[in-house]
Design a protein around this ligand. Structure first.
Ligand code: 3HC
Length: 300
């Protein structure tokens, strides 16, 4: 640990969130509710409109439960500025990207952010499993690049997993930890290895649930009920996989398999087949379960 005192958290006053999907909109909501000015960036205007609706509805639930005043809710929404261009992030103190889980696309974004943002800005990634060290190496400020891994739904889940890249400075770690606590989260710290802590453990469990289904051990309902009632998980592993997105689960498993080189992380063929068939989970209306869309020819 460094001896330098951590800078005051209030230094993070303006935050840029890139990607207005479920994760990005939830992160923007948390930062705005903590009093930060937020730029929510997405090139798709429809995604931005959906994000604003979802943030309003999520804050509205807190108002109806008496946990937030209507004025505080309105102020939080007003603090979020939706923009289509990352150029708007020139003045922010912290950028959190929550875009598609592709190393190449993220690296290109980090190169651009390094060019656009002020020299003191911290660049964080919400990646589920991609190496922070490799993303940092695309920039000229690797000591200011860090992983901030949120969990879905971000307004509800109490955890932020912070990942130090090989060169992340102690000062940046302290600032991001204080910021995460300020937005109401408990922090855990992971070194930069594939899947970090949570996905390293969660994804093999989800994969094993697919193997159990694939090899006919039990029905999907019994696998999920078993894990819900047998281990007190809020959702069974197959239902959770649908909630996360089967494509995301597959991509994390591939990162684990390639990065750790052990066949125990090899994705179950049924998971691969579902993704190939476009059965990506709840967001597409069809995954292991059906959410209104009828099943294709793929049968468990
Ligand atoms: N905003 C505000 N409040 C919300 C909300 C939102 N977006 N979503 C749910 N809530 C609130 C509800 O109002 C309700 O509050 P109450 O208990 O005070 O009435 C409470 O949360 C529970 O919601 P629901 O009753 O609608 O539904 P459930 O009881 O089924 O809970 C759940 C939903 C919180 C999603 C719960 O099923 C759960 O915890 N599931 C597991 C989620 C999980 O494991 N997420 C992590 C996935 S891994 C990940 O994201 C990492 C990535 O890298 C893969």
């Amino acid at each position: 640990m460094g001896t330098q005192a951590a800078p005051a958290t209030s230094e993070i006053a303006a935050v840029g969130v890139i990607g207005a999907g479920q994760m990005g909109s939830g992160i923007a909501q948390l930062a705005a509710a903590a009093g930060c000015g937020v730029f929510l960036v997405d090139s798709d205007p429809a995604a931005l409109s959906r994000a604003v609706a979802s943030i309003s509805s999520s804050l509205g639930r807190l108002v109806s439960k008496g946990q937030l005043s209507q004025a505080a809710c309105d102020d939080s929404v007003k603090r979020i500025k939706c923009v289509s261009d990352v150029q708007e992030l020139r003045g922010v103190d912290l950028v959190i990207e929550a875009i598609v889980e592709s190393e190449d696309i993220k690296k290109k974004l980090f190169v651009e952010l390094d060019r656009i943002t002020k020299p003191s800005a911290i660049l964080a990634s919400n990646t589920s499993s991609i190496s922070i060290t490799r993303l940092a190496s695309a920039t000229g400020r690797p000591s200011q690049v860090i992983g901030m891994h949120f969990f879905n739904p971000p307004p509800i889940m109490k955890l932020v997993e912070i990942i130090r890249g090989a060169d992340t400075s102690e000062e940046v770690f302290s600032q991001v930890k204080s910021f995460s606590e300020r937005i109401g989260k408990t922090v855990i710290c992971s070194q930069d290895y594939p899947g970090f802590i949570v996905n390293r453990i969660l994804m093999p469990m989800i994969n094993e649930a697919f193997w159990a289904l694939y090899t006919g051990v039990a029905t999907k309902e019994d696998i999920d009920t078993g894990m819900k009632l047998g281990t007190n998980h809020p959702m069974g592993p197959l239902q959770l996989a649908d909630f996360i997105g089967l494509d995301v689960c597959l991509s994390v498993l591939r990162v684990l398999h390639n990065g750790l080189g052990d066949n125990k992380y090899s994705p179950c063929p049924l998971l691969v087949q579902y993704v190939d068939a476009g059965r990506l989970g709840k967001k597409r209306g069809l995954g292991v379960y059906s959410y209104g869309r009828s099943s294709s020819s793929v049968k468990p």
